[in-house]
Design a protein around this ligand. Structure first.
Ligand code: GDP
Length: 287
């Protein structure tokens, strides 16, 4: 089931979060390290106001480490939050989160009190996997299509941290077309929401520009194709994605590129940089 981001549904989620926010000491926002800008929910900054915030750049195993470091620096300098790259493939990294929470919330005089945290993020960024890793048992369902309604989870981590997940479901960036494409390239937006081959062409154009060597190596190219469509055709040719009459099957070639990107087979690739985000944000502001 693909999620539809209806205004009414977005409004309901926002209201629910506003209601619980006064009881929260710290917000943990989970982002996809490959698209820290596009995987952000546009309301989180307003909803959390000046509460301490940790931005977790999850799935960093799939992202370009150099770009991830630039994102961390950018987020900490520009947004006054704490940013941290993690991957749930390394549970020890996830288990360090409570320690980080402790550092960010000043202990009120005298007795140690529980730190109440809320974990926020758009669907599919890895929230449930993080919650389960922290809890040491399966509490939240992972990897499936999220339902439109869900019960709020509240877990006492025993080490003085109480973790709640977001009531309602947070929507991703909806006002920026390029963000929509990047979300689709990572698989955060269902494949049916956009023309599949357009998504692959968007990815091909970006990879040609940002990661030409990774393309050459993965698809054993002898020279760099000049355009996105030529790259897809070349991938199809090399991998035998052909239709009758020897024509290249562009849908099959699109699948190859997108699946191999999503599973990390092409290498650690990011889809956006802080500079791109700043430029796009300025464009959106003009509208
Ligand atoms: P949620 O919708 O935010 O709760 O996301 P889930 O926890 O259900 O995770 C969505 C998908 O991403 C699942 O298939 C997870 O196995 C996968 N995933 C979560 N964290 C990571 C990570 O750090 N690296 C990789 N490669 N996959 C991850």
């Amino acid at each position: 089931m693909a999620i539809q981001w209806y205004p009414g549904h977005m409004h309901k989620a926002r209201k629910e979060i506003e209601e619980v926010m006064p009881q929260i000491d710290l917000v943990i926002e989970v982002l996809d390290a490959r698209i820290p800008y596009s995987s952000e929910n546009p309301m989180v900054a307003k909803l959390r106001q000046d509460k301490p915030c940790i931005k977790l750049l999850n799935k960093s195993d799939l992202a370009d480490p150099e770009i991830t470091n630039r994102w961390i620096e950018y987020l900490e300098q520009e947004q006054g939050v704490r940013a941290q790259a993690i991957t749930t493939l390394q549970p020890a990294m996830v288990r360090k989160i409570p320690e980080l929470c402790r550092k960010l919330v000043p202990v009120s005089e005298g007795a140690l009190k529980d730190i109440r945290t809320m974990i926020m993020g758009i669907p599919n960024v890895g929230k449930s996997t993080i919650i389960n890793t922290l809890a040491g048992r399966v509490i939240a369902k992972t990897g499936n299509e999220p339902a439109v309604t869900k019960a709020q989870q509240r877990i006492n981590l025993k080490n003085g941290i109480v973790l709640s997940d977001t009531p309602g479901i947070l929507w991703p960036k909806v006002d920026n077309e390029a963000s929509g494409y990047r979300l689709a390239v990572t698989g955060a937006i269902k494949d049916t929401a956009m023309e599949y081959e357009d998504v692959a062409l968007f990815a091909a154009a970006y990879f040609l520009h940002a990661y030409p060597e990774a393309m050459m190596e993965r698809y054993k190219l002898t020279s760099l194709p000049a355009t996105d469509i030529e790259l897809l055709e070349e991938i199809g040719r090399r991998r035998g994605a052909l239709r009758s009459g020897g024509h290249i099957d562009l849908h099959k070639a699109s699948e190859l590129l997108l699946h191999e990107f999503r599973s990390g087979k092409i290498g650690q690739l990011s889809l956006e940089t802080p500079e791109m985000a700043q430029a796009e944000e300025a464009e959106v502001a003009k509208l």
